[in-house]
Structure formats: structure tokens, C-alpha cells
Design a protein around this ligand. Sequence first.
Ligand code: SF4
Ligand code: SF4
Length: 123
Amino acid sequence: MIKVEVLAKDGGTKVVNLTRTKAVHERCLNCSAWNAYAVSQCTFTDCPLYPFRTGKGVRGRSAERNKAIVRYCQWCSNSRTPKDCTARLCPLYVYRTGRIDNNVVLERVKSPREFRFSKNMND
Ligand code: SF4
Ligand code: SF4
């Protein structure tokens, strides 16, 4: 999990702990005027983010989610190389190339699962 600054609902910014799952949901909220119900009711089934839009029921599909983000960013930037995007506050920005862009990572954060794992290693 990583900590990054993204666009907030009020037009300002917020610092969030982000995973690809959460980044997609944030982007979908942004796309749907921050209305979670509208995200769940989205009808754009050909959008690459569509299967992952609610952040629920999609565990274990991280490679597919990663590809979906890149495909969405290629469409959004009309480019094979979304790396040139300048919208640093977009929640997908840090994942746009398929790899984490460390230039916008404020901090690496351990997930609860990682905490449990490292604690057991120290026991
Ligand atoms: S799946 Fe695509 S069209 Fe639908 S809310 Fe998400 S970004 Fe928008
Ligand atoms: S990171 Fe850039 S290319 Fe990707 S969705 Fe956001 S604005 Fe579009």
C-alpha cells in the first residue's frame, strides 16, 4: 500500500493510502460525480475499469486490474505511453504505466496483512 495525494471531492486534495483496487474506485467516483451508487450502476461495460469499479468481489485479479488501469490510461491520454500524463492528482497516475511511479509516493504503508506477517516473523 502507498500513500499519495489525490484529487478530493471538494476540488482540493487529500492524502490517501492507495492500492490499485482503491485507485480504480476513486477514479470511478471521480468519473461519476463522486456518487458511489452511480458507479455501481455504470453502464459503460466496455470501459476497462468496469469489472473493478466498485472495488468489491474482485480479489485475486491484480494482474488483470493492472492491465485495465494501463488500458484506461492509454485511452484517456490517447497515447500508447500514458507515462507522459501530467495529471499527478489523478488516483490512477501512480499506476498508469503498470509500475508504481515512485516520484509521487509520499510513503510506503504496510497493509494489516503485511503487519501480521512481519510480526509473526519476529515472534
Ligand atoms: S467503469 Fe469507467 S465509465 Fe464506469 S464509472 Fe468507472 S471510469 Fe467511469
Ligand atoms: S493518470 Fe492520466 S492518463 Fe491515467 S486516467 Fe489519470 S489523467 Fe488519464
